[in-house]
Design a protein around this ligand. Structure first.
Ligand code: FAD
Ligand code: NAP
Ligand code: SF4
Length: 672
């Protein structure tokens, strides 16, 4: 049997789960409109079909005060039940099980009606919450209980009570946010009364044959959080109150330590869950950056937890569990933890999806169906856009030839995978290698396609996915061999000196700067090194698991430069940009804006900063000044009268990322 621990059934008394895989709660944006519940049902049904043992919905509020945002999803009235019934029926029809997460946002509510234990504004929302009165606290507990009862009536197999990440329940538990002096505040025992009462009264209301998962904040990662004894005491209290499972919560949303981004080591927080083993008898779930079966299996085999939770990995591949069970892990479309289409979208009030799987949350709209007419199709360029397009065309039954001048598929992903903290990009390349093979795409590598190749091929359709060319920058001395392009450094591995100026502070400039300052292999590959760098104490001696960060000294001295005014990296991705900025700050990178590039010579790079002349005494300059579409072949073919489809960087290079490239390639292929 493959992964025997992962696929061992789990007996919860009234129900036995088929395996140890929990699809963790993930807000998709579809929860918030009644009209979107058919889409949400299709999304969950596809994942139930994929073999996951138990799923948890995105957060549903038990009251208007508890909304995450105005008019967010809630289950407070009997007439809300039918929409939830769509989900539960769809999941049960596929033989799956689903719990609804009850999430009261507390002071994280992005609206003026928000409430909290005390009137203390969070650093990440503009609204100051109203402090709940003592009666208000009782009413709020009843809201949780009523919500759970309605969830049961709507057909859910259970609920998850969200007690972590800094939401209302967590705010009651932590002295940081609870300054009350009634029975719901004061010492630790009184602060933890709220969650225990929520669970106890919910259990009374829903009976024994209903799952209650409690998401317990095991590592707050903010000042004024809990210490380990308090956490263990709370866990025992939650078990005694009637919870069936304890899930792990890591870090408040306002914490300045990354918890799920791609540079966090795989299973980087499973050790926290392990510390709680032995304190309670109910199953414990490990979370965060678990994305492949071997990682999950090791956690269970080593006794660190009884289940593993994965949210984004099941967005990326709904059939994750079935593939693992069948011993086909190499076919899993792995979540690369980029946050670009999931969390970033949610924070921008957009529907979530997935960079590597654009069908996620669009199951009813983006359908990959067999082609009515089989065509011969050439796809030129095997970067993300070309790989996605060719494999989708192949899946639909077309005869596809994928051509690339390079000796490997992947395009710029072969460059991106070199960046410290982007090791997961290897997985996408591995996935596409197998997928292209499985759907019978003929892959021709090491072949530069030109108009003749294409014409002689006699194809019915031609897709151009030839990517980009790096933008050149010219100033006196820019032709000096010490002035390099980012491809010289990352693809051609040219040596780089100890002091470097990076011109351009977009995504690639930041990545190159990280490449230059990190000691390889990167801390992402080593949990102990990574926690030391970020200031997480694995011994949990201090409250919240914090200790002073101990960044390793930078491998090089780096200046990161841009011509425009304002903070560098302001346009990096919403939920990950701050991690890149913090990393470079810790490595003492000098970030300069309003820079003019004057000349390069033996003294270094001569610049003006805000009009003042300065010499940066560097050995090398690396240019990361953006990209231009590579439309050479497209233009040649169009001139020769051949109709082409142009996608990815070849279409529009500005602000192009792999999300747009894969999405465009997949959508085009679904239509041809
Ligand atoms: P490319 O990936 O550029 O692929 C084009 C392919 O076409 C190449 O393989 C090339 O060899 C081939 N080709 C060109 N002309 C011909 C020809 N005539 N004949 C045959 N083959 C040809 N994006 C993100 O979303 N997130 C990230 O974190 C991220 N990090 C990055 C980090 C770095 C360091 C870099 C360089 C890029 C990063 N990107 C990231 C950007 C992302 O890789 C690109 O947006 C994406 O690769 C564009 O895909 P594409 O298929 O359009 O083009
Ligand atoms: P970019 O984001 O457009 O940044 C280009 C940088 O070069 C800017 O800082 C720009 O700032 C500077 N620049 C532009 N023209 C210049 C010129 N003529 N002379 C000097 N400087 C110039 O492009 P990129 O960094 O090359 O990234 C390419 C794409 O890859 C991006 O759109 C991004 O989406 C994607 N990517 C994403 C990630 C990620 O983590 N999500 C990582 C890497 C790449 P000034 O004009 O102010 O100087
Ligand atoms: Fe994972 Fe990125 Fe997809 Fe989100 S968008 S599920 S982080 S691969």
């Amino acid at each position: 049997m493959n992964y025997p621990n992962l696929f061992a059934p789990l007996d919860l008394g009234h129900v036995t789960l088929p395996n140890r895989i929990l699809m963790g709660s993930m807000h998709t944006g579809l929860e918030d409109k009644a009209g979107d519940y058919d889409k949400l049902a299709a999304y969950f049904a596809e994942r139930a079909r994929g073999g996951v043992g138990l799923m948890v919905t995105g957060g549903i509020s038990p009251s208007i005060e508890g909304w995450l945002k105005p008019f967010g999803g809630r289950l407070t009235m009997p007439w809300h039940k039918p929409r939830h019934r769509k989900l539960t029926d769809a999941v049960h029809a596929e033989g799956g099980r689903i719990c609804m997460q009850i999430l009261h946002a507390g002071r994280y509510g992005y609206h003026p009606l928000s409430v909290a234990p005390s009137k203390i504004k969070s650093p990440i929302t503009p609204f100051t919450p109203r402090a709940l009165s003592t009666r208000g606290v009782e009413r709020t507990i009843n809201d949780f209980v009523d919500c759970a009862r309605l969830a049961r009536e709507a057909g859910y197999d259970g609920v998850e009570v969200m007690g972590s990440e800094g939401y209302l329940i967590n705010e009651f538990i932590a002295a940081r946010t609870n300054r009350r002096n009634d029975r719901w505040g004061g010492d630790a025992d009184r602060r933890m009364r709220f969650p225990i009462e929520v669970v106890r009264r919910t259990r009374e209301a829903v009976g024994r044959d209903f799952i209650i998962i409690y998401r317990l904040s095991m590592l707050d990662l903010v000042e004024g959080g809990q210490d380990w004894d308090e956490i263990a005491t709370l866990a025992r209290g939650i078990e005694a109150a009637g919870a069936s499972i304890i899930n792990t919560g890591i870090g408040w949303h306002e914490a300045r330590i990354p918890t799920i981004v791609t540079s966090v080591p795989r299973a980087g927080f499973a050790w926290v869950t392990q510390k709680l083993k032995g304190e309670v008898a109910i199953p414990l779930v490990a979370t965060n950056r678990i994305n492949m079966p071997d990682v999950a299996e090791r956690i269970l085999a080593d006794g660190e937890a009884d289940m593993v939770s994965m949210a984004r990995p099941l967005l990326a591949d709904p059939a994750w569990a079935n593939k693992a069970r069948a011993g086909r892990s190499e076919r899993i479309n792995t979540c690369i933890a980029c946050n670009q289409a999931c969390l970033d979208h949610v924070f921008q009030n957009r529907r979530a999806s997935c960079l590597v799987n654009p069908r996620a949350c669009h199951e009813t709209e983006l359908k990959i169906e067999p082609a009515s007419l089989r065509k011969r199709i050439a796809v030129i360029g095997a970067g993300p856009a070309g790989m996605a397009c060719a494999s989708t065309l192949g899946e639909r039954g077309h005869a596809v030839t994928l051509i690339d001048q390079a000796n490997e598929i992947g395009g710029q992903f072969n460059v991106a995978k070199q960046i410290p903290g982007k090791e997961e990009f290897h997985e996408t390349l591995r996935y596409f290698r197998h997928r292209l093979e499985d759907v019978g795409v003929e892959v021709r590598l090491g072949q530069l396609a030109d108009a003749t190749t294409v014409r002689e091929g006699g194809y019915d359709e031609v897709v151009i996915a030839t990517g980009i060319t790096p933008r050149k920058v010219s100033f006196p001395g820019s032709d000096d061999p010490r002035v390099l392009g980012y491809l010289d450094v990352l693809a051609r591995h040219q040596p780089v000196g100890a002091r470097v100026a990076v011109i351009g502070a977009g995504g690639i400039g930041f990545d190159v700067a990280e490449f230059l300052v990190e000691h390889l292999p990167s801390p992402t590959t080593d949990v102990a090194r990574w926690t030391r760098e970020w200031g997480v104490d694995m011994e949990l001696r201090q409250r919240s698991g914090l200790q002073a960060p101990q960044p390793e000294p930078p491998a090089r001295q780096v200046w990161l430069l841009q011509r425009s005014e304002g903070r560098l990296g302001a346009r990096l991705n919403k939920t990950t940009g701050w991690v890149h900025r913090a990393t470079l700050k810790a490595k003492q990178v000098s970030m300069l804006g309003k820079v003019g590039y004057e000349r390069f010579d033996d003294q270094g790079l001569h610049v003006t900063v805000d009009g003042k002349a300065q010499i940066l005494p560097v050995d090398n300059v690396v240019i990361c000044a953006g990209q231009e579409p590579n439309r050479r072949l497209a233009d040649e073919l169009i001139a020769a009268g051949i109709t082409v489809h142009v996608i990815g960087g070849a279409d529009v290079a500005a602000e192009l990322d792999a999300k747009r490239a894969i999405d465009q390639g997949t959508r085009l292929a679904s239509r041809i």
